[in-house]
Design a protein around this ligand. Structure first.
Ligand code: EPU
Length: 418
């Protein structure tokens, strides 16, 4: 079994580069299914989730060539199946991203309920509802769903709640639908804007992206195209927090600070000394005080940075109320932080109060999910002693080459197999 071994208490220094955004990469590969010409994808993070998606698409008949690090050529011309392999789907929540493009191009898609992070119940009702509004009929067969239509039709869709992957899926499907689709209460994440730019470059007609009202005029077909994945704002935020937690001067490069304004606001309130450039951020040792956060859809405080921020608050002076509004079950890792010495009280499944600062002590740990797993790495980096973290697949799902990257800035971390 593979695990990380981390000796806490090391200061970090130097530079760390941010990889391409996982949550954009996992959408542009499926977007390539909308056309039969090849698409070139650049700055793709080399992470497990992307590999799983490539396996799924290859199984469908797509040809995906790994040109060089971070660069893939995707040709969906040879796709000859519309049924996603159930065992692969169960390992990857983002497999749902294939549903819209396959349905739009081939008029049929079959998939099992997708897996992924265990962060509470993650329903797919809004995807189904959206596709049905666009004229697809759904058939449920035990654990699988089949959606079918001769041709998707434009529709007026209002999302009862803001959802990133539902917005992206319906937007992609609508590019090839007959007529105009409007999506109201759409998500506004930067990855969605970048995805729409890619689709428009392929010949789609999408307007209003980055606002809650997206309008898509369907076209007959899309051409091939080229996309460069934008920097991962979650990884960027995690590295900033890492620099601050370890009281280090750390330069985070290749990033887009304007995509993490809400985090920067909260860090400023907490007293963090940061130098923010156009595409870099430098952390300086800071005495932090507790601040409250409420997670919210973009441009609010990202739920994916909630766990790293909570760990940071265990090292800040005073109280912080952490309110997780997006996913129930995304605060349960705080129990593990308490076992390390943190003082966190859970008010209800959506809120915890962190009382800091507390000294943390090393322990044998297991990563519960991707972001909480990363939060445990952060905790282990400031804990006294040697920690081990198991179930690291969960972390490798979303962070590229993390051990080497952290070693290069002075962290005492290694991966061993037992
Ligand atoms: N929801 C429904 N019905 C649906 C779909 C979603 O009720 O059919 C609910 C969810 O249960 C949740 C809320 O809507 O309570 C919002 O979740 P959303 O659908 O926006 O999440 P997602 O699209 O499944 C993406 C990211 C997540 C990130 C969230 C929120 C991808 C592949 N995943 O998930 O990323 O946390 O948006 O920003 O883009 C991660 O990277 O660790 C991760 C989990």
């Amino acid at each position: 079994m593979e695990k990380y071994i981390i000796n806490g208490g090391k200061k970090l220094s130097g530079e760390i580069a941010v990889a391409g955004a996982k949550n954009m990469a996992l959408k542009v590969f499926p977007a390539a299914i909308l056309c039969s010409e090849p698409c070139l994808l650049k700055n793709v993070p080399e992470i497990e989730d992307v590999q799983r998606l490539i396996e799924l698409m290859t199984d469908l008949g797509a040809k995906i060539t790994h040109n060089t690090k971070g660069e893939y050529l995707v040709s969906a011309k040879g796709i000859n199946k519309t049924q996603l392999k159930p065992d692969l789907v169960k390992n990857l929540r983002a497999s749902i991203m294939l549903a819209g493009p396959i349905l739009a191009r081939f008029g049929e898609v079959t998939l099992a309920h997708p897996g992924g992070c265990m962060i509470g119940q993650r329903p797919i009702d809004l995807f189904i509802e959206g596709f049905q509004k666009m004229g697809a009929l759904m058939e449920e067969n035990g654990e699988t769903y089949t959606l079918r239509t001769k041709k998707l039709k434009g529709a007026d869709i209002i999302l009862p709640r803001v959802s990133v992957t539902v917005t992206e899926n319906l937007m992609m499907a609508a590019t090839l639908a007959e007529g105009v689709t409007t999506i109201k209460n759409a998500a506004m994440e930067p990855e969605i804007v970048a995805l729409a730019e890619f689709l428009n470059q392929q010949g789609a007609k999408i307007k209003g992206v980055g606002t809650p009202d997206i309008i898509i005029e369907g076209v007959k077909e899309l051409r091939g195209g080229e996309a460069t994945i934008i920097p991962d704002r979650i990884e960027c935020g995690t590295f900033i927090i890492m620099g601050l937690m370890t009281k280090s001067q750390l330069k985070i490069t290749d990033c887009e600070p304007r995509h993490i304004e809400n985090l920067l606001y909260s860090l400023d309130k907490a007293g963090a000394k940061l130098e923010v450039g156009k595409d870099y951020i430098i952390t300086h040792p800071s005495n932090l005080k507790g601040v409250d956060i409420v997670t919210h859809e973009y441009p609010g405080f990202p739920t994916d940075l909630q766990a790293p921020f909570t760990v940071l608050m265990t090292q800040a002076n005073g109280l912080s109320l952490i309110h997780e509004t997006i996913f129930p079950g995304r605060l349960f890792y705080t129990d593990i932080l308490n076992q390390l010495g943190a003082n966190i009280i859970m008010c209800d499944p959506h809120r915890v109060v962190v009382m800091g600062p507390t000294k943390l002590y090393a322990k044998k740990l297991t990563s519960p999910d991707l972001r909480a797993g990363m939060a445990l790495i952060l905790a282990a980096m400031v804990a006294e002693g040697t920690s081990s973290i198991e179930n690291i697949y969960q972390i490798n799902r979303g962070y590229e080459n993390i051990v080497t990257k952290l070693q290069q800035i002075g962290a005492d971390i290694k991966q061993i197999s037992e």
